[in-house]
Design a protein around this ligand. Structure first.
Ligand code: CRA
Length: 824
């Protein structure tokens, strides 16, 4: 042992001893438990407090530095932050994992068991919310001064259970045992107004001042969670707002015996931060959603304006010191709210206020799906936010006036770019508002950004050219490589050095050894260990035994028709039929793994879940295919489950109808961890193919352009079905109840959609998908070739680090400097 190693061992031992002391202290004095009485949860909280203390020290230093230098701040406004568990994020980024493990071991506690005790903070639906969480981590890693602003939902995304193959939704309770990471800030609270009226005051100088007198106010109270960057370089704040009524109860009502009525105001106010994505199929649900959006947008703006005024004195320098990113249209009302703050509260002339607003905001669009592009009925807006509606009308009048002066202006174009959609009963187009109020509008993959210019924002782009730009999504490698796949990460670190997580581009060095037999063996061994662990989890949760040497073919994401889980199921059945016809052939053992939630009100998606489960039931019980084919639906997909599945996946299903998946980020996580992708040329798949090489990815199906053309010709699936005997047989089996003997007609409607109304091109893409799957099989048989491709995927995925994405936002949209991480 040389001296250096000895020194390090000694300092590791010191670190562990110090952490052990600290944990004991927290257990006793903060949790209030003795060693003997402590539950796993108590140990978790004590450990979290120790990590949090370390973070807080640097947090205060970070805040102090930002205040002292007065540098520009970035504010990321998002109704979703899908952060998952935080313990390993905190320990990893503070470089405390190993000493903490040793400290707990000495106390007879297993760190990996504690990891499982922490509930997932599921304050998001899927990709958009998880992206916000990855961005928060990368913002801190790059030492950008930033706040995340969102809503502290009492209940995050529902818990999914599968009963008799069907999805059931239960409330999620992440706060039931408290949250050790957050700090309540009762002193940071703002009044949020709704409804009421506007008074116009005529000023001596002839101008008119508008004063909004809300009919109802709700209070927004801040809860802060520190977010540590890699190596603790910089710590930022995630500030989530919780809603309260100004008065805890109506004492008069209570004393008169109306005990429930006395609490009504409180209940009404608190419903704003009660649940993530309340059902919006009813008018009441829609109103609540709009209340949520305004609530958090207004609180965040009030907070950041106050901070700006304290630091910099005047409001006119706002755009020099503040960049606000609107994560989709959900916070878009902030454009009108900032105008109100500037014009009504700070007497900034309209034109200057508009210039400041545009210079301050950036807007990220995450979808082309028309149903996800928010619009609000004008009457609802007028009732709930009367002053904002006036402001929106004025923004629109000026905008339309300017556009009408352009040479090629037409009435049709003006109708298309108007903030008010007159065609569907007068609605405010929030995407348009965000577009107008921002200096940059970005899509989330190259294809998506290009499509924005020819679809939803075609007319706006023609009138305001150059505003649309692209920022292809990314994922944080600290969580999605190191924390999820520590074994593979150590192997990669041996190859590229220990700056791997400081600079993901270093992964390129892995390409040089991808063909090396010894390296491949170790790479495959790490992945096999992950597959054994996943097999154990499947056994434990579902009682299904799967073979870790089988090909793990994985589709994990929200269940949606455009994501086409159904295409995957059809191929499964086709292969199932073939095996049954020729059971003795040399089949490749394969496990189809599905996981994902369907929106509670999305009946077709729920039916797809049921179909996957019904198919699983029949296939898994069939002795003919034993050892060859298994189908698994893992319930309650969330961040933590993703962390278990992704490192164990061999094949990554990214099979959306081309032109419909804005980017995808699961595709990045899976390829990074060495799964080969089978996918369409959709979203970021296009760029993944460019990076990993066309030989190391399985691309199939119609392109976005071809889908467009095909839809033009009609969406009847009959032709495609007539051309494919396999497909016809599979559809017939499903429709006739082979997989639903208890209710033979269960899937007839679903099959009818595919035959007559195949908007998502399932039938059109079936054969080519089927062939791509056969190419996967051929590659799998040649293990050297497979592992080389897998290693090359890992090697070339460095570009998809969210550090790269955030550095691009910083340079092109926010105009703030970045400081790459690294020691010293
Ligand atoms: N559903 C897109 O569909 C994309 C993420 C993050 C989505 C994904 O393809 O990767 O955003 N869009 O950019 C969305 O939520 C409202 O739109 C998603 O998560």
């Amino acid at each position: 042992m040389d001296i250096k190693v000895e020194d390090r061992a000694a300092s590791d031992a010191d670190a562990a001893a110090a952490i052990k002391e600290a944990i004991l202290n927290k257990l006793i004095y903060s949790v209030g438990k003795s060693l003997e009485a402590a539950s796993s949860h108590d140990w978790f909280v004590a450990t979290a407090f120790v990590a949090r203390d370390r973070i807080v020290e640097r947090w205060l230093a970070s805040i102090d530095e930002v205040n002292r230098t007065g540098r520009k701040q970035v504010y990321y406004l998002s109704v979703e932050f899908l952060i998952g568990r935080l313990l390993f994020d905190a320990l990893t980024n503070m470089e405390m994992v190993e000493p903490t493990r040793a400290a707990l071991f000495a106390l007879g506690v297993d760190l990996d068991e504690l990891r499982e005790v922490e509930p997932d903070a599921a304050l998001g639906n899927g990709g958009l919310g998880r992206l916000a969480a990855c961005f928060m981590e990368s913002l801190a890693t790059l030492s950008i001064a930033a706040f995340g602003y969102g809503i502290r939902y009492d209940h995050g995304l529902f818990r999914q259970r599968i009963k008799d193959g069907r999805q059931l939704e239960y409330p999620e309770e992440w706060l039931a045992f408290g949250n050790p990471w957050e700090f309540q800030r009762p002193e940071v609270d703002y009044e949020i107004g709704f409804g009421g009226r506007i008074e116009a005051e005529h000023q001596p100088d002839g101008t008119v001042k508008h004063v909004w007198l809300p009919g109802e106010t709700v209070e927004a109270v801040a809860y802060d969670t520190p977010i540590a960057g890699w190596r603790g370089a910089h710590i930022n704040t995630l500030r989530l707002w919780s809603a309260r009524a100004p008065d805890p109860l109506r004492l008069d009502k209570f004393n008169s015996g109306d005990h429930v009525g006395a609490l009504m105001d409180q209940v009404r106010a608190e419903s704003i931060s009660k649940v993530l994505y309340p059902g919006d199929t009813t008018p009441a649900g829609q109103e609540l959603r709009l209340r949520q959006e305004f609530f958090f947008a207004s609180a965040s703006l009030q907070d950041l304006v106050l901070r700006h005024l304290r630091q910099h004195g005047g409001i006119l320098s706002l755009a020099d010191k503040v960049a606000i990113q609107l994560n989709d249209t959900h916070p878009a009302i902030a454009v009108a709210e900032l105008m109100r703050i500037l014009v009504d509260l700070h007497d900034v002339p309209w034109r200057d206020a508009w210039a400041i607003t545009q210079a301050t905001f950036g807007y990220t669009n995450h979808t082309l799906l028309p149903e996800a592009l928010e619009t609000w009925p004008v009457p609802l807006m007028e009732r709930l936010l009367p002053r904002h509606m006036q402001i929106i009308y004025l923004i629109n009048a000026i905008h339309l006036d300017q556009a009408s002066k352009l040479a090629d202006s037409t009435g049709e174009r003006l109708a298309a770019i108007s903030l008010i959609d007159e065609a569907h009963g007068r609605r405010v187009r929030m995407g348009h508002l965000a577009f107008l109020g921002s200096h940059k509008v970005n899509g989330v993959s190259r294809l998506h950004s290009d499509l924005l210019k020819v679809t939803v924002f075609r007319e706006l782009d023609a009138v305001l050219p150059g505003r649309i730009t692209n920022k292809t999504n990314g994922v944080t490698f600290r969580r999605w490589l190191k924390e999820a796949n520590p074994g593979l990460t150590s192997l990669l670190t041996e190859v590229v050095g220990d700056r791997l997580l400081d600079d993901a581009r270093l992964l390129e060095k892995v390409a040089a050894v991808a063909g090396d037999a010894a390296f491949q063996e170790r790479y495959a061994a790490e992945r096999r260990a992950n597959k054994v662990a996943l097999a154990k989890l499947v056994r434990h949760r579902l009682g299904i035994k799967i073979d870790p040497d089988a090909l793990f073919d994985v589709q994990i994401k929200r269940i949606h028709e455009y994501k086409r889980q159904i295409l995957n199921i059809l191929e499964t059945i086709a292969v199932y039929d073939m095996i049954r016809a020729q059971p003795m052939r040399d089949w490749i053992p394969r496990v189809k793994i599905f996981s994902g939630k369907a929106a509670a009100s999305y009946a077709t998606a729920k039916l797809i879940i049921q179909l996957a489960n019904d198919v699983a039931k029949i296939v898994n019980a069939d002795p003919t295919v034993r050892g060859i084919l298994k189908v698994v639906f893992l319930p309650n997909y969330n961040v933590s489950l993703a962390e278990r599945i992704i490192p164990a996946a061999d094949l990554s299903e990214q099979i959306s109808t081309a032109g419909m998946e804005a980017s995808g980020t699961g595709n990045m996580k899976l390829a990074l961890n060495g799964a080969l992708t089978i996918g369409t040329l959709d979203g970021a798949n296009v760029e993944i193919r460019e990076k990993v090489g066309a030989d190391n990815i399985f691309i199939f199906g119609l392109t976005a352009e071809e889908v467009e053309a095909h839809r033009h010709r009609g969406i009847d699936g009959s032709d495609a079905i007539n051309r494919s005997a396999k497909l016809a047989e599979v559809l017939e089996a499903i429709a006739s109840g082979v997989f639903s003997p208890d209710e033979p007609d269960r899937y007839r409607g679903l099959v009818d959609i595919l035959i007559h109304h195949d908007y998502f091109m399932v039938t059109a893409d079936f054969e080519s998908y089927y062939e791509a799957q056969r190419a996967v099989f051929r590659r799998w048989r040649d293990k050297r070739s497979w592992w080389r491709a897998a290693a090359l995927n890992t090697a070339h995925m460095g570009w998809f680090s969210s550090d790269r994405t955030i550095a691009e936002y910083a340079k092109d949209i926010w105009d703030v400097p970045v400081k790459p991480p690294g020691r010293g």
